[in-house]
Design a protein around this ligand. Structure first.
Ligand code: NAD
Length: 469
């Protein structure tokens, strides 16, 4: 392992695959956070500035930005993969294309939305309802899909007319620097997007800064609680996209081999470091061993290796600390009596923070592995007796982010889906839809991203009673 002499006030960006230091960059302290928020505030309050432009005027600059980002797609994928170990095959469909996709989608949503609408009052008279940008937004995101999670916020916030202070995770900052270079080149006015680099303390300084009007956060439930508490005291609007422990409900008629690529994407994508993964597999007793064998076979079949190789399906996990945490869950599951049916160790690769894709069967639904988010390539399989039992197990979680149902009868899948209290469910796969709201219930968060709902969180509404009777 590379030993890094810590430079005070600096963060070290380390490659998950090679353990080499890729960059050492100054960390933003309170003065830099203050300067960044000050710049965003000044840009927002400028009487002829970004927030006062029409949506069409902002759209011209954002379309140019989308084009520039599309041209840098390969660089962005490479930057993300070299830092966090995301296989490039996964980055090519997400980090490399998300900026243009989100900017394009929200261009169409905002174009269809009037800034003001006149409503008839029930007793007679009219009211003008005016929609405007919410102000200066703090965008704080994790390292797992650093650009997707940033653009879920940046795209609607920019189209709405907000200005932004963006704090990526300290593990993944090189991609964000490429994006801000392209923002400047596309002609985004100074101060509209400001990047601050740093960890938890920098994030908390930003969350609590008096110049911030809204906080848009994605990350762990623990950090989300701390941020939510701070925002509660400040009465500051906040959206929280947090952790998950989602269930895959395998119904008796499921044909898992027919959907093997989707099972992989829904349960192990990005080496298990995706918030919405179905990591608790609920299998019918009538087909239990067959389901266990399928998942074990899938895990064993995956190609583990260099994230920059397009054939790689599983790369390293993002940090040494993350690997230690994942291995802690594996040791705990073994101690709890779960049956290891695939993986459990490290692959034979001499450097990088790799963990074998791991599957446990006979997992007690009360055990730590069944209840806590691992955020690594570890699946837990639990048997169920009948559909009611499966639904009860799926709902028996502190989280409510996502999930999946596997069946050859879509109507039956829909009927089961309606009984599961979770933010998003996929039938025979799980693929986010940019045009529909995505948000966690219970400990998985507050508020929604994507869809028109994801734009509304960056807007404020004012009512002007124009003709009173
Ligand atoms: P994390 O919560 O440790 O960090 C996320 C970001 O918040 C980082 O930028 C970090 O520097 C910052 N941060 C941490 N503590 C903070 C605090 N107290 N105040 C202000 N900022 C703080 O999460 P992580 O380990 O980087 O990411 C993994 C987590 O993110 C997992 O729990 C995963 O489920 C979750 N996640 C959720 C979604 C979703 O859409 N619901 C998507 C992806 C990841």
């Amino acid at each position: 392992m590379t030993v890094t002499a810590a430079v005070p006030g600096h963060l070290h960006v380390v490659s998950a695959a090679t353990e080499e230091v890729l960059a050492t960059l100054p960390e933003a302290g309170p003065a830099e956070v203050d300067a960044a928020v000050g710049a965003a505030r000044a840009a927002f309050d400028d009487p002829a500035g970004w927030s006062t432009w029409s949506a069409a005027e902002r759209g011209v600059v954002l379309a140019r930005l989308a084009e520039r980002l599309a041209a840098r797609g390969d660089d962005l994928v490479h930057a993300v993969s070299t830092q966090n170990g995301m296989p490039v095959a996964i980055g090519a469909g997400s980090e490399g294309v998300v900026g243009p996709r989100m900017l394009g989608y929200y261009a169409s949503v905002i174009a269809a939305q009037p800034v003001e609408e006149e409503r008839q009052r029930p007793g007679g008279g009219t009211t003008v309802v005016r929609r405007g940008p919410i102000g200066v937004v703090a965008v704080i995101v994790p390292w797992n899909f650093p650009l997707s999670l940033a653009f879920f916020k940046l795209a609607p916030a920019l189209h709405a007319g907000c200005t932004i202070v963006w704090k990526p995770s300290p593990e993944t900052v090189l991609d964000a620097r490429i994006v801000t270079e392209e923002m400047a080149a596309a002609g985004l006015p100074d101060g509209v997007v400001n990047l601050v680099l740093g960890g938890r303390e920098t994030g908390m300084a930003l969350v609590q800064h008096p110049g911030v009007d809204k906080v848009a956060f994605t990350g762990s439930t623990a950090a989300g609680r701390a941020i939510g508490e701070a925002c509660g005291r400040l009465l500051r609007p906040v959206s929280l996209e947090l952790g998950g422990k989602s269930a895959a409900v395998v119904l008796e008629d499921a044909d898992l081999p027919a959907h093997a690529a989707d099972v992989f994407a829904a349960s192990l994508l990005n080496s298990g470091q995706t918030c919405y993964l179905s990591t608790r597999v609920l299998a019918p007793r009538s087909r239990y061993e067959e389901v266990v064998e399928f998942y074990a076979g899938l895990a064993r079949s995956l190609r583990i290796g260099d994230p920059l190789d397009p054939a790689t399906q599983i790369g390293p996990v993002a940090t040494a600390a993350q690997r230690a945490r994942v291995e802690g869950f594996i040791a705990g599951a073994l101690a709890d009596g779960s049956r290891l049916v695939a993986g459990g160790g490290r692959p034979d690769i001499d450097r990088g923070w790799y963990v074998e894709p791991t599957v446990f069967a006979d997992v007690d639904p009360r055990s730590t592995l069944a209840r806590e988010e691992v955020f690594g390539p570890v699946l837990a399989i639990t048997p169920y007796d009948d559909e009611d039992h499966a639904v009860a197990l799926a709902n028996d979680s502190a989280y409510g982010l996502a999930g999946s149902i596997w069946t050859e009868d879509v109507d039956r899948g829909l009927a089961v889906a309606r009984r599961i209290r979770t933010g998003a469910l996929g039938i025979n796969g799980f693929r986010l839809d940019v045009a529909s709201p995505f948000g966690g219930l219970k400990d998985s968060g507050l508020g929604y991203e994507l869809g028109p709902e994801g734009l509304a969180t960056f807007q404020e509404l004012r009512s002007i009673y124009t003709a009173l009777r």
